[in-house]
Design a protein around this ligand. Structure first.
Ligand SMILES: *[C@@H]1O[C@H](CO)[C@@H](O)[C@H](O)[C@H]1NC(C)=O
Ligand SMILES: *[C@@H]1O[C@H](CO)[C@@H](O)[C@H](O)[C@H]1NC(C)=O
Ligand SMILES: *[C@@H]1O[C@H](CO)[C@@H](O)[C@H](O)[C@H]1NC(C)=O
Ligand SMILES: *[C@@H]1O[C@H](CO)[C@@H](O)[C@H](O)[C@H]1NC(C)=O
Ligand SMILES: *[C@@H]1O[C@H](CO)[C@@H](O)[C@H](O)[C@H]1NC(C)=O
Ligand SMILES: *[C@@H]1O[C@H](CO)[C@@H](O)[C@H](O)[C@H]1NC(C)=O
Ligand SMILES: *[C@@H]1O[C@H](CO)[C@@H](O)[C@H](O)[C@H]1NC(C)=O
Ligand SMILES: *[C@@H]1O[C@H](CO)[C@@H](O)[C@H](O)[C@H]1NC(C)=O
Length: 610
């Protein structure tokens, strides 16, 4: 769980309260008068801050604000007064820079209010609905639903071997670019340092309307933002993005394809607008067209493309015409049409921002909109069941490919095993991957920003590993990272090629070094996956073997952690601590969200060891 998620949960708490006021005027009747005692609250918050559990803190913030709100409603305050009070509270506790406090409430209010008005939560359940272990409602993030899987699964085939001496293709995998067009050299890169809750979402920015003591313009800067980006809570300056693209243009002459697994926007969710997203998308498209003329770029949509962030309502939602993401999907059609000519694919993009095309003869590439499983896509809480029939559509595409004996690649933003992905969607997706395991050749994801992978185990067949996810490190430095990208050699470009990854090379640049030297970032190879981990191949079995080697070999695990963070400081002691190791390894083994049953064997060993 990254810092951004903690920030978002606090925002949710604030919004839930904002929403209560507009949605439930009758709430007034149950309201009890609680005067907000600032000192008491401050002491309580101090105690809470010491607990590492961010969600516990959000629950506390939510409950506290519900109390305060009850008072205000009782006093017949207007909506504007209530909004001002929330902004004040956000300021008072330094939840965020004043600029952010001012804008965030308004950025999400409309969506959250609408969702609460159209869903079945009672006032009593609201904090609990969005925040784990808070209050008494069933968290909507773990609601289950079932799709019917088509029968007739063919006998499981051996994972195809890649032959030596055959042609290969080169594919660039970029993820989570998150350009900050407002990045300002010389501003504070460590902006949350002075602040009490430490929840600041984003630094390296000049927040013009910030006047609080802790943010005053004459305040000394601890860590000034350098020209090439900072491994802090900062996004990528445009020139670092361009530097990476230029470097790839100059060093990879035989690039065949680019895949980008989403998230082009900076993390400033409070300032999102349709205009800025359109502008940035056009900018990115032009850069790719300029530096990679004639090379197809296949993209999957990211949660930060939504305005507000993650907001992508499906067609079944009331007021779809007014609130739907048609405007966004239209940009995707326009942008992606530079590389996709198939009319059916374009119609699918306009409908659900997913598509399937033949990237090469016999290779179907399916780009899936996983924002339809995002826990921050609040519209889904009105109805979580298969938004825009995306999984039904996926099944149709896979049945068609099964018949044609295609190889299939999945590209998408959120790895469905991550708890960011709603449980119902994740479990159904897992079943689909299992049903079609013979034809699903590779899966590529991003979203986490970390350099990691995940293995799918079949719980019905003695935990047989049957698939895995590539998860590319982010190009953005957010958070505390150095920018990175990956290049794959693919067995492909000849009849009956397997389209499996043959080799994978991860590159990065040390922006601290660039900043200190005053020179452009030096993009260097960080590691060659097969050689570094001494893997014979990239079968699910080999990834599973690596997983257990990481679990059992602390030296190797430590190497993994360094690559995970592109840093030798974060969690540097983790290899010494079994519980810490468990959390990383369980993340690899858990291809369904909210399901640690895949880690039972690890847990057993933990128990024996302790
Ligand atoms: C709030 O409004 C209600 C009904 O309009 C009124 O009865 C009540 O006295 C008001 N409360 C305060 C504190 O002004
Ligand atoms: C989904 O299917 C499984 C297995 O068939 C079943 O155990 C479960 O109760 C179903 N869940 C729902 C919500 O229908
Ligand atoms: C980055 O470089 C600038 C000069 O360009 C310098 O003032 C600053 O201290 C450097 N920051 C870091 C973290 O090295
Ligand atoms: C993209 O935006 C940057 C400014 O952030 C600008 O310098 C650059 O020229 C733009 N590139 C294209 C191709 O539009
Ligand atoms: C690199 O970019 C230039 C334009 O800046 C373009 O003409 C050239 O074809 C590109 N090279 C590759 C390998 O894509
Ligand atoms: C490709 O595979 C098909 C079916 O297995 C086979 O009939 C065909 O001869 C193969 N083509 C080549 C060029 O190997
Ligand atoms: C553990 O991993 C390290 C680093 O890859 C390797 O050198 C060492 O041989 C491994 N130890 C065992 C017991 O396999
Ligand atoms: C990046 O460069 C800095 C300064 O040269 C150095 O201290 C740090 O260890 C480097 N980090 C990585 C991951 O290369």
């Amino acid at each position: 769980m990254g810092r951004h998620a903690l920030f978002l949960w606090i925002v949710v708490a604030i919004l839930v309260v904002a929403a209560l006021s507009s949605v439930l005027p009758q709430y007034n009747e149950f309201a009890q008068s609680h005067k907000l005692n600032k000192n008491k609250v401050m002491r309580a918050i101090k105690a809470k801050v010491n607990s590492p559990d961010g969600r516990g803190m959000s629950c506390f913030a939510c409950s506290m604000m519900v109390d305060g709100l009850q008072t205000m409603i009782k006093e017949n305050k207007t909506d504007d007064e209530i909004a001002a009070w929330l902004v004040g509270l956000c300021d008072f506790f330094n939840v965020e820079q004043p600029h952010v406090c001012k804008n965030i409430i308004y950025a999400f209010k409309d969506e959250v209010v609408f969702v609460l008005a159209n869903s079945a939560f009672t006032p009593d359940e609201i904090c609990g609905a969005f925040i784990q272990n808070c209050g008494h409602s069933e968290p909507p993030r773990t609601v289950m639903w079932n799709l019917t899987m088509p029968g007739g699964k063919p006998p499981v085939k051996q994972w195809e071997k890649v032959q030596d001496g055959k042609p290969t293709l080169k594919v660039l995998h970029l993820s989570d670019i998150h350009i900050d067009h407002q990045y300002q050299v010389g501003t504070e890169a460590y902006c949350q340092l002075d602040d009490f809750l430490g929840t600041y979402a984003m630094c390296c920015r000049d927040y013009t309307d910030d006047v609080k003591d802790s943010r005053k313009k004459d305040k000394p800067i601890y860590v000034p933002a350098g020209p090439w980006g900072m491994p802090y809570l900062c996004d990528l300056p445009y020139q670092t993005f361009e530097s990476a693209i230029k470097h790839i243009n100059q060093t990879v002459k035989d690039l065949d394809m680019i895949i980008i697994t989403g998230d082009f926007e900076a993390h400033d969710s409070w300032d999102y607008s349709e205009e800025l997203t359109i502008e940035n998308m056009n900018n990115m498209t032009n850069v790719f067209l300029k530096y990679f003329p004639g090379i197809p770029v296949y993209i999957s949509i990211g949660n930060h493309e939504g305005v507000p962030q993650d907001a992508m309502a499906p067609h079944t939602m009331p007021e779809y015409d007014k609130r739907g993401p048609q405007w966004l999907y239209k940009i995707m059609v326009d942008m992606w049409s530079n590389w996709i000519s198939d009319e059916k694919a374009k119609a699918d993009i306009q409908y659900r921002a997913s598509y399937a095309i033949y990237a090469k003869p016999g290779l179907k590439l399916i780009s899936i909109n996983t924002i339809y499983c995002s826990e921050f896509n609040f519209y889904l809480y009105i109805n979580e069941v298969d938004p825009d029939s995306t999984l039904e559509w996926l099944i149709e595409e896979l049945l068609d490919s099964e018949e044609k004996n295609d190889r299939v690649w999945i590209i998408s933003h959120i790895p469905p095993g991550d708890n960011y992905c709603l449980k119902g969607w994740s479990f159904n997706f897992f079943e689909i991957m299992k049903r079609f395991e013979n034809i699903i050749t590779e899966q590529f994801y991003g979203h986490t920003h970390y350099d990691q992978f995940m293995v799918y185990y079949d719980p019905d067949q003695s935990m047989r590993p049957f698939s895995f996810n590539w998860i590319a490190p982010s190009l953005t430095t957010y958070a505390w990272l150095h920018p990175a990208y990956r290049i794959y050699d693919i067995d492909g470009g000849y009849p009956n090629a397997t389209y499996h990854v043959k080799d994978a090379y991860t590159y990065y640049a040390n922006v601290t070094e660039a900043n200190e030297s005053g020179k452009e970032p030096q993009w260097k190879m960080s590691y060659d996956t097969k050689a570094f981990y001494q893997m014979p191949d990239f079968t699910p079995q080999s990834w599973s073997d690596l997983t257990y080697r990481l679990w059992n070999n602390q030296t190797l695990f430590n190497e993994y952690i360094k690559l995970f963070w592109r840093n030798d400081k974060r969690d540097a002691e983790c290899h010494l601590d079994a519980k810490c190791r468990y959390s990383y390894i369980c993340n690899i083994k858990k291809a369904r969200s909210y399901d640690e049953s895949f880690c039972a064997d690890l847990k057993e060993q933990l128990f024996i060891a302790s």
